[in-house]
Design a protein around this ligand. Structure first.
Ligand SMILES: NC(=O)CC[C@H](N)C(=O)O
Length: 306
C-alpha cells in the first residue's frame, strides 16, 4: 500500500530544487513552461492511482516518445530488422550528439534512445505518408496510455521542424549510410511530430504500468509481446536518462526515460508505473525535480531492481 500523502510531502520537500535548473529554450513553446510546475503520479498493480502536485498539467513528451515508437517499429518490422539498423549500446554522449555516427566502426546509431537512433526508428514506421505514420504513432500511444484524447502541440511541432537542423543533418548522414531506407524528410516529420505529443504525469504513469505489466493494458489488452517490453525496459535502464543513465541506475535503480519537456516515464516491473513532471532541467536534460522525487521514492518504497 502506498500512502498518497507521501507524494504530497515529496513535492513539498523537493520543490525548491526546481529553481536550480533551466527550462529547455531552443523553441518558444518550451521556453514558456512554468519552471515551478511540479507533479507526480503513481499507479500500482491494483490500478490504484496516487497523485500530487501538477500531475494533470500537459507538456510535450519529447524524448519519452523514443521507447514507445520503438515498440511500434518492432511490431511493424520485427526485432531483427530494427536492430540491424540500430545498436543497443549506451554512448556516454549527449542525446543529440552526432560524433559517433561517423567515428565508430558500427556505422549505425548506438541505440534507439538518442536522437539519431530515434529518427532511424521513426523511419521504420509503416504508412503511406508522414501523416499516416504519425497517426499510427499517436493511436499507439493513445492505446498504451489508455487516453484516447491525447493530441499534439502544433506550435511545438513547427518549432521543432524549423530549428531541427542538427537532427536533419544526422538523418541525411544515416540515409547516406543506408540506415534510413525511405524518405528522410518523412522520417523527420514523424519524429518532430511525435516529440510534440502532449501528455501529463498521469499519462506517463499509465504507460509505465503498461510496461510494468509486460505489454498488457490495465483493461487486459495485450498490445506488444513481453519480449518487446523487455527490450525497451533494458534500453531504458542503460540509455534512458541520456549520459546520466549510469548514475540514475545507481541512485534510483528503475527503468526510466526522460524528455526535455520535463517529463520522466518510469516503472517498477510487476509493481507500478510512475510519471513525473518538472520542466526545470539539469545540464544533461533530465528534470531536476522529477529525478529528486524518483530518488526519494526509490529509497522510501525500496524500488531499485538491483
Ligand atoms: N532529449 C529530448 O527530449 C530531445 C527531443 C528534442 N525534440 C530533440 O530532438 O532535440
Amino acid at each position: 500500500m502506498i500512502d498518497s500523502d507521501i507524494l504530497c510531502d515529496l513535492i513539498l520537500a523537493n520543490k525548491h530544487k526546481c529553481k536550480g535548473g533551466e527550462v529547455a529554450d531552443y523553441i518558444p513553446g518550451l521556453k514558456n513552461a512554468n519552471r515551478e510546475s511540479f507533479g507526480v503520479c503513481l499507479i500500482d498493480s491494483n490500478r490504484e492511482v496516487h497523485c500530487a502536485g501538477d500531475y494533470e498539467e500537459k507538456f510535450t513528451i519529447q524524448s519519452i516518445s523514443k521507447p514507445l515508437v520503438l515498440m511500434l517499429a518492432i511490431l511493424d518490422n520485427g526485432e531483427d530488422f530494427v536492430f540491424s539498423k540500430i545498436g543497443m549500446e549506451p554512448t556516454g554522449d549527449a542525446f543529440n550528439s552526432i560524433q559517433k555516427l561517423e567515428t565508430s566502426n558500427l556505422r549505425k546509431p548506438f541505440n534507439p534512445m538518442i536522437n539519431a537512433g530515434a529518427i532511424a526508428v521513426s523511419s521504420m514506421i509503416s504508412g503511406a505518408s508522414a501523416e499516416e505514420k504519425f497517426n499510427r504513432v499517436l493511436d499507439f500511444i493513445r492505446k498504451i496510455s489508455e487516453n484516447p484524447t491525447l493530441d499534439y502541440d502544433e506550435e511545438i511541432y513547427l518549432g521543432e521542424k524549423e530549428t531541427g537542423n542538427r537532427n536533419r543533418s544526422m538523418a541525411y548522414f544515416m540515409k547516406n549510410d543506408g540506415v534510413i531506407e525511405g524518405d528522410v524528410e518523412e522520417a523527420l516529420d514523424v519524429y518532430f511530430r511525435q516529440c510534440s505529443i502532449r501528455v501529463s504525469a498521469q499519462d506517463l504513469a499509465r504507460i509505465g504500468l503498461f510496461l510494468a505489466n509486460n505489454g498488457v493494458t490495465s483493461s487486459g489488452e495485450r498490445v506488444v509481446s513481453e519480449h518487446t517490453t523487455r527490450i525497451v525496459k533494458s534500453l531504458m535502464v542503460t540509455c534512458g536518462m541520456y549520459d546520466g543513465s549510469g548514475e540514475f541506475a545507481v541512485r534510483v535503480g528503475i527503468p526510466a526515460k526522460s524528455g526535455v519537456g520535463g517529463g520522466i516515464l518510469s516503472l517498477v516491473p510487476g509493481r507500478m508505473g510512475i510519471g513525473v513532471y518538472g520542466p526545470a532541467l539539469d545540464p544533461k536534460g533530465n528534470s531536476i525535480g522529477g529525478y529528486a522525487i524518483l530518488e526519494d521514492l526509490s529509497k522510501i518504497l525500496s524500488l531499485s531492481i538491483f
